[in-house]
Design a protein around this ligand. Structure first.
Ligand code: BGC
Length: 727
């Protein structure tokens, strides 16, 4: 199943649909808003890296001038789904090609009827090119007027980011618009070139901020009029002459068919690297392909100065800021299917090291403390305050920017995993090792000796479970920090062997004296882990003393336990926003026995707010459930993740794609049900645990430059099939 379809138009779900019908090409994305507009729409195009200052959220991706605009006037009546009658409606997104099509048979209030078909895509082959085609087949005789626009009058939910600097017409069929962000000073240029099946000339309307080309065509019943709009787009981040670049890209296409063919081929190459198929479960198959599609259209291919926001480029939620969602949830997808993209994402962290060093030193620490929320510069952009759930007139303090230190280890983990998977020693020597050492340096300087515990740990932090803030010795943080410091020491030993000059350089620039390294060893060896003799790990100091809750007592519910308890009060209960201890066990399987995982799984699973807690949780929970052989429970968690966007089960898909969940869905299929396990020496094996109704699972992944395809049949409902492989 490769298509996402919609057969009726429901204005009440338009924001959700705008999100899931987002198209893009790794340079930008455009939400699935309608060409002709609709009241209350949340229309947006986000271009990577085009940030501008915004109150409270510090900086946000500026909604770019709109390239979609196309008004159709049938015998004097404007086509709009808000009036007249919708006689037929069908919309579909073809994930194989990235082509979004909408076909409407519409009757105007006075009875003019036409079939109108729109198609659009963002070229993957030429990322500065956007393509839109409209075919109108009237059932009346008269006049069709077409008004194609570029529109600079756009905002971010009320906040305007653009000064409209220049606009004009190039020749009979090309018009352009240039705008400048108000604070960050980024110029963006759009150029549209029209091709029409009708011969009549285009008029140019020089409407302020909205250059328009207009054509009037004589309409005859059954005779289709076709208008194609090619839009070139560029910013001053790409070139000193963005307008020239935009005009050049708009002028390039020979025809609709030729650009569509190039698009097909470009997408075929993408899918060839990462295709997943699931026979016997169309919903699951569509969900994993949709997740891959959404990640691929948000993934920067030619730019390492940007990252992928928690809502990709598909909505206003989280303002384009990147989180640990990237390294822990999305990056594995790229590391194992598109390493060139993974590398861009990691290079972004490398480029933002200066900001991470600054954050650490501003707080009185050494090394690199990455921003919890990161945008263009890598400085911390987590808002300090947000409106409270319960009373929107009150503000609630957001602590993650101050206390979520685990982000530094997450980044280091992503870099290490990439290195192990690709074997790119050159990259690790140049960039990855420094990320590893600088984050270890941070964790060593932030560690506190806790006399009463006879060990080191971290006080006053937030772990992945954000229902609890200001906690001491969060297990995830301590475990990952310990891993980070140990892996940094191994990295240094490896560098001394492999690249002694670089080792010496780093030892010198990071001041890695023997005394310092001895202290690192001591911290790592004596890191506090609250573990009971049976292997149960306490999520943080005192967690077991909190009030235990039977979550079933709160069912049915439609709100998170955070909302139900209140932000402050949630601290007093054992309810988790998302797996915390289990996440650490998942990330570092070599360090824990299956019995330990079992004990923790049994304890934390019933205490986790799976339905309305973090959207990051269900896919991870699904993987651990698979490892526990609890395939039915795994499927329940997995399908919850799969529906987060496609069915809007959390009610917030309108804010944008849940990108971490999308990455988690792929991980749940490949590492969970498919049971792929990659060892640090490059060997791999799979131990599949397919849901009973799955007939066959096939997926591919790339390890050290070599692509592998795995096919697992669920013959006679055998529960496990063992595949092994080596590099
Ligand atoms: C989650 C975080 C996540 C963020 C962005 C929060 O609700 O608790 O773990 O990084 O959303 O997706």
């Amino acid at each position: 199943m490769w298509t996402l379809t919609e057969n009726t138009f429901d204005p009440a779900s338009q924001h959700h649909k705008e999100t899931i019908f987002t198209i893009g090409n790794g340079y930008l994305s455009t939400r699935g808003a309608l060409e002709e507009g609709y009241p209350g729409e949340s229309r947006a195009t986000f271009v990577h890296g085009v940030f501008d200052a915004a109150p409270i959220v510090v900086t946000e991706l500026a909604n770019a001038p709109d390239w979609l605009g196309l008004q159709i006037v049938l015998n004097g009546e404007k086509f709009s789904l808000a009036q007249g009658q919708i006689l037929e409606y069908h919309r579909q997104l073809d994930l194989l090609t990235g082509l979004l099509t909408r076909r409407v048979r519409w009757q105007s209030p006075t009875g003019q009827t036409a079939v109108i078909q729109f198609e659009r895509f963002a070229s993957l082959e030429d990322e500065h090119l956007l393509c839109l085609r409209c075919q109108i087949t009237p059932e009346f005789e008269g006049e069709i007027e077409l008004r194609a626009t570029l529109n600079g009058h756009v905002d971010n939910q009320g906040l305007r980011h653009w000064n409209l600097t220049r606009q004009g017409r190039k020749n009979g069929q090309t018009a352009w618009l240039e705008a400048l962000t108000r604070q960050s000073g980024i110029t963006l240029a759009l150029a549209m070139r029209l091709l029409s099946s009708a011969r009549s000339a285009f008029d140019y309307w020089d409407a302020e901020g909205q250059p328009t080309l207009r054509q009037v065509v004589h309409a005859r019943p059954g005779e289709t009029v076709t208008l194609t709009k090619f839009v070139g787009i560029a910013t001053s981040r790409d070139s000193d002459h963005p307008l020239a670049l935009a005009l050049e890209h708009a002028a390039r296409p020979q025809s609709w068919d030729s650009v569509l063919e190039a698009q097909r081929q470009a997408w075929a190459r993408e899918w060839q690297r990462c295709e997943v198929s699931i026979e016997g479960d169309e919903e699951a198959e569509l969900a994993v392909r949709f997740s891959l599609f959404q990640l691929l259209i948000a993934a920067p291919r030619h730019d390492s100065r940007v990252n992928i926001g928690a809502k990709t480029l598909s909505g206003f939620g989280y303002r384009g800021h990147a989180f640990w969602d990237t390294e822990i949830f999305m990056l594995p997808v790229f590391t194992y299917t598109a390493p060139h993209i993974a590398r861009n994402l990691l290079d972004y962290r490398y480029l933002t090291l200066p900001a991470a060093r600054q954050k650490a030193s501003d707080a009185g620490y050494e090394g690199a403390w990455f921003a919890w929320e990161s945008a263009d510069t890598g400085e911390e952009v987590t808002p300090t305050w947000v409106p409270d759930f319960q009373d929107k007139k009150k503000l609630a303090r957001v602590w993650t920017g101050d206390l979520a230190i685990h982000i530094s280890a997450d980044v280091a983990y992503g870099a290490w995993q990439y290195w192990r998977a690709t074997g790119e020693d050159d990259w690790y020597i140049r960039c990855g090792a420094e990320l590893m050492l600088e984050t270890a340096k941070f964790f060593a300087s932030r560690a506190e000796w806790q006399e009463e515990r006879n060990g080191y740990g971290y006080r006053d932090v937030i772990g992945p479970d954000e229902y609890h803030d200001h906690v001491n010795n969060n297990a995830y943080t301590n475990i990952l920090a310990q891993w980070n410091i140990e892996t940094a020491l191994e990295t240094l030993a490896w560098l001394e062997q492999t690249a002694p000059q670089r080792a010496a350089e780093l030892k010198d620039s990071l001041n890695l004296t023997p005394e310092r390294l001895a202290r690192w060893r001591d911290i790592a060896a004596r890191m506090i882990l609250n573990q009971r003799p049976d292997g149960l790990i306490e999520q943080f100091d005192g967690y077991f003393n909190l009030t235990d809750v039977n979550l079933a007592d709160y069912e049915p519910r439609t709100r998170s336990m955070h909302e139900i308890f209140g932000i402050e009060a949630a601290n007093h209960y054992q309810v988790l926003k998302q797996p915390d201890v289990l996440m650490a066990l998942y990330l570092l399987p070599e360090r824990f026995t299956p019995e330990q995982v079992r004990v923790n799984y049994d304890y934390y699973t019933p205490r986790t707010d799976h339905t309305y807690g973090s959207s990051l949780g269900p896919s991870m929970q699904a993987i651990v459930a698979c490892q526990m052989g609890d395939v039915e429970a795994a499927y329940e968690h997995f399908i919850r993740a799969a529906r987060a966007d496609l069915r809007d089960v959390r009610g917030n898909a309108g804010d944008g794609i849940h990108a971490a969940s999308a990455g988690g869905i792929w991980q749940a299929v490949v590492f969970g049900f498919g049971g792929l396990r990659i060892h640090s020496d490059g060997r791999w094996e799979t131990h599949s645990r397919l849901p009973r109704h799955w007939k066959r699972l096939a997926f591919c992944f790339t390890l050290r430059g070599q692509q592998h395809t795995v096919t697992q049949d669920n013959l006679l409902h055998h529960d496990s099939i063992l595949h092994r492989g080596t590099r």
